[in-house]
Design a protein around this ligand. Structure first.
Ligand SMILES: Cc1ncc(COP(=O)(O)O)c(C=O)c1O
Length: 407
């Protein structure tokens, strides 16, 4: 039998990031997590099941088949559950697999979903484009507007899905307040906390029912593995594992789980350094003549700075900024940056910047109108540059951005 590492009750999050879910194999007594590639294990006749209905408590299930459980993936689920203070977790092949698996496991035809009107583009398009094809009613709502959620709730509202900070405009959601309003109405609340990470925010402790992460971003942190996870109660995650793991099958690979576990070892150290650099870079950008506006939860100028201070232990590594003629500036940054990379994705060890053009986001993805469109433009103008700060020296990044931004 493997011997689980038993941590003292007072172990703090940075310690949990290294050791929660770790177990020592008695034969080799190795300290680092093993990579168990096997898709199946030996079973005794009658043991295990091939039906979602036959899955018991995952904590007691044998590793019968890797689509619903594998030792390395399980170690990742346990470590993430410790960091998010969750009863259970279920890992997926990507962040989008986690979001779609959660939504398709919880919602059915005739249910109503309220979704933040600005989320990661894939989630926005899934909610607006695909779910209605399955008979699910979907209402995008700006969850940062007081009263907007209460006004949108319907008798059949089953789930309110938010994102905080939201990608790309870094608008925040008051998670405790959303949970209070939704619960009073009998609806569940899920949040995509990819940009916050458990280093900054633990949404389950604020009353949220389910937390989703793209593990591809800060949590793995090295730009070399896709992954996703949903965390919450045993009952909700069991339903998601059964339906999404057994039926939809977008399960995380053991090799990616191993890479992500290795990334989590340094999550706290990376996030603290990245957040510190991001604070310095945000202040530099705010003073730069080529920059019209900076949106960063750590700046006093962020419209929800007080909420950021209350809800986030650190402001994180994502900065949004605006310049005049964003298309021309995008070409200039792509041609001139020598340290930061002009590329998609975020949360890696190397800094990444890209333009999210407002017309493109509104037309293809968000389809906002009226007050919602005005609010998006209030943050994003004609477009925001999304800067994901990495682990390079902050002074080098500032010099690089300075030479690239300056005419
Ligand atoms: C906030 C957020 N959620 C979810 C996703 C989707 O994650 P993945 O690319 O791992 O599917 C992303 C990807 O950029 C994201 O930024």
């Amino acid at each position: 039998m493997r011997r689980p590492v038993t941590l003292p009750d007072h172990a703090r999050p940075a310690t949990l990031a290294l050791d929660a879910g770790l177990s020592i194999p008695p034969d080799t007594r190795t300290i680092q997590p093993d990579l168990a590639m096997s898709v199946n294990t030996m079973v005794t006749p009658g043991e295990g099941a091939f039906s979602a209905a036959g899955l018991g408590d995952i904590a007691d299930e044998p590793f019968t088949y890797a689509r619903w459980s594998n030792p390395t993936v399980r170690a990742l689920e346990q470590r993430m559950a410790a960091l998010e203070r969750a009863e259970e977790a279920v890992a997926f092949a990507s962040g989008m697999a986690a979001i779609s698996g959660m939504l398709l496991a919880l919602l059915k035809a005739g249910d109503h979903l309220i979704v933040s009107d600005v989320t990661y583009a894939g989630a926005a398009e899934l909610a607006r484009g695909l779910l209605p094809d399955f008979g699910i009613e979907v209402t995008p709502v700006n969850l940062s507007v007081p009263g907007a959620l209460a006004a949108a709730l319907r008798p059949n509202t089953r789930l309110v899905h938010c994102e905080s900070p939201c990608n790309p405009i870094l608008r925040l959601t008051d998670l405790a307040q959303v949970a209070r309003v939704a619960h009073a109405h009998g609806a569940l609340v899920s949040v995509d906390s990819t940009l916050a990470t458990p280093v900054a925010t633990r949404p389950l402790t604020l009353g949220v029912d389910l937390v989703v992460h793209s593990l591809t971003k800060f949590i793995n942190g090295h730009g070399d593995a896709l992954g996703g996870i949903v965390l919450g109660s045993k009952a909700l995650t069991a339903r998601i594992r059964g339906r999404a793991g057994v039926y939809l099958g977008a399960s995380l690979s053991a090799s990616n789980a191993w890479l992500i576990l290795r990334g989590i070892d340094t999550l706290f150290a990376r996030l603290r350094q990245i957040s510190d650099s991001a604070g310095r870079i945000a202040a530099f950008l705010e003073a730069h003549p080529a920059v019209e506006r900076v949106i960063y939860p750590g700046l006093a100028s962020h419209p929800q700075h007080a909420l950021a201070q209350r809800q986030m232990d650190l402001p994180g590594g994502m900065i949004a900024f605006r310049t005049a003629d964003p298309q021309a500036m995008a070409r200039r940054l792509a041609a001139r940056l020598r340290i930061a990379h002009y590329a998609f994705s975020l949360g890696h060890q190397r800094s990444i910047v890209t333009l999210l053009d407002t017309d493109g986001m509104i037309g293809g993805t968000y389809r906002l109108e009226g007050a919602a469109l005005a609010d998006y433009r209030r943050f994003a103008g004609a477009g925001v540059f999304r800067l994901s700060v990495g682990l390079e020296d902050a002074a080098d990044l500032i010099a690089d951005l300075d030479q690239a931004l300056s005419a």
